[in-house]
Design a protein around this ligand. Structure first.
Ligand SMILES: Cc1cc2nc3c(=O)[nH]c(=O)nc-3n(C[C@H](O)[C@H](O)[C@H](O)COP(=O)(O)OP(=O)(O)OC[C@H]3O[C@@H](n4cnc5c(N)ncnc54)[C@H](O)[C@@H]3O)c2cc1C
Length: 443
């Protein structure tokens, strides 16, 4: 056990090394150092969650893209503790993290406790099935790198099976239904269609992507990408149609079985595979903290990202922070990034204040700035809007420009975590590697 008095310095523990938590650990570690800042994550390496649809399609290789937390901890001056958060003892200010086992089930690290003075919860979210019968059992999600990688392997296997079957059965094909026409569902549909072309070109002689892989996107709202403008929605819809992806709107899923998706209005879509991308909720561990949660199981925080416990702060998808007109800050990487920035400033000011004998936290509240939205529509295209700083109105962008801007968001995250020069070197190395390898991971 790690005792509160063992170091004598205030401990900041961040749980969750994702889009927001990792950026925060990197910022704080650089200034405060390893003895004060600890990052906890259940996984050994980091993948930026908005790229999980690329992992699922095989267009992004986790073994090349993954950034080891131990390496980042060494570079950016924080301590990394691997393990899943199991419980928080708020009275003793201790967190319990689960043991880590290897593939053979051997214990690498035991279950253990860590002391905190300030705990930042940055656990992200999990899929919300909204109690739809069969969804948890038969639909897959893109909640984690492992889930996206497992999906990739299943797709590869199924496509190879259809390729084999085609030799004797001219009807053999693969039917994929994606539930949820938000950014995740739309991006996944396009990425999979493009990936299927590359995969078939590398040895699936009988497999014709448009004919043998039927992709259906099912959305409950009247249009896909409904939180974005109608223009963006129309442009994305047109691109999906061009790629032969069937889009069904105003279509609420009522039940999922091992081979079908049933809708509330009585329609049935045959499905060999079903992906659920229709909403999020807070991770279940949050319910054990005894802190207020909203109806989606997210921690309720105030505009300073504080919970009612003065030692616990939260950021990103796992919390509901107030925004304009009674709404909450949306669950997006953009918000997690801004909140990490905000909390870095707040925590540094707090530590400095404590060093100088002040205990008041007089910082400004966090205000979400919507910089617009970009949706990737494959290798060469994207669509979205950028918020004008002066007008506050969205500027429509599409095509290659939108795709480049989308990719630059990933690079900005890398820059926040790795620094400018390492990000530049990494980007160049990856560009060169792409010249020597197929665009899709085939093994
Ligand atoms: C396919 C996909 C595409 C997306 N595209 C976009 C996009 O284009 N733009 C955009 O703004 N947003 C996008 N999002 C949403 C975006 O990914 C999230 O809003 C963002 O990642 C939230 O950041 P976070 O730091 O809160 O959590 P995350 O980035 O999810 O990180 C959470 C971290 O916590 C760790 N963790 C979870 N539970 C535990 C535990 N019990 N113990 C220890 N560690 C734990 C996880 O391993 C993970 O590292 C997309 C999401 C998906 C799935």
């Amino acid at each position: 056990m790690d005792s509160p008095t063992s170091s004598g310095t205030p401990r900041i523990v961040i749980v969750g090394g994702g889009a927001g938590g990792l950026e925060l650990a990197a910022r704080l570690g650089q200034t405060l150092g390893q003895s004060k800042v600890t990052l906890v994550d259940s996984r050994p390496f980091h993948i930026w969650k908005p790229s999980l649809h690329e992992v699922a399609a095989g267009t992004l290789d986790i073994h090349q893209e993954g950034l080891s937390y131990l390496m980042l901890a060494h570079m950016r001056g924080f301590t990394f503790a691997r393990g899943e958060l199991l419980a928080v003892d708020r009275e003793r200010r201790m967190i319990r993290i689960g043991k880590v086992v290897d593939a053979a089930g051997q214990t690498i690290l035991p279950e253990r406790e860590l002391h905190y003075d300030t705990l930042v919860l940055a656990l992200g979210s999990i899929s919300n099935f909204f109690n739809t019968p069969g969804a948890a059992e038969y639909a897959v999600t893109l909640d984690s790198t492992d889930a996206a990688e497992a999906f990739r392997l299943t797709m590869l296997k199924n496509m190879a099976q259809v390729d084999q079957a085609r030799a004797s059965d001219p009807q053999a094909h693969l039917r994929l239904v994606i539930v949820g026409g938000g950014a995740t569902g739309v991006e996944l549909a396009v990425e999979l269609r493009e990936a299927s072309h590359v995969i078939s070109a590398y040895g699936l002689r009988n497999f014709e992507p448009e004919r043998d892989l039927a992709i259906t996107l099912v959305e409950g709202a009247p249009r896909i990408l409904s939180p974005l403008s109608e223009k963006i929605s129309r442009a994305a819809h047109a691109r999906l149609a061009r790629l032969g992806i069937q889009v069904e709107t105003q279509c609420r899923v009522a039940q999922i079985t091992p081979s079908e998706v049933h809708t509330a209005d009585g329609r049935t879509f045959p499905a060999d595979l079903c992906v659920w991308a229709a909403g999020i909720q807070g991770p279940p561990v949050l319910a054990s903290l005894g802190l207020p949660l909203n109806r989606l199981g997210q921690l309720e925080v105030n505009a300073r990202l504080e919970t009612p416990d003065p030692h616990i702060l939260a950021l990103g998808d796992c919390c509901a922070a107030p925004w304009a007109e009674g709404k909450n800050v949306p669950a997006r990487a953009q918000a997690a990034h801004q909140q990490a920035d905000y909390l870095a400033g707040k925590i540094l000011a707090r530590v400095q204040g404590e060093d100088e004998g002040e205990s008041e936290d007089s910082g400004e509240p966090y205000v979400y700035r919507d910089n617009g939205s970009l949706v990737s529509l494959g290798r060469e295209a994207g669509v979205g809007s950028l918020m004008g700083k002066l007008s506050g109105r969205g500027l429509f962008v599409s095509g290659t420009l939108a795709r480049w801007m989308y990719m630059s968001l990933h690079l900005m995250h890398h820059r926040a975590v790795l620094g400018f020069w390492r990000t530049a070197a990494l980007a160049l190395a990856r560009l060169l590697m792409r010249r020597t390898q197929p665009r899709v991971k085939l093994h």
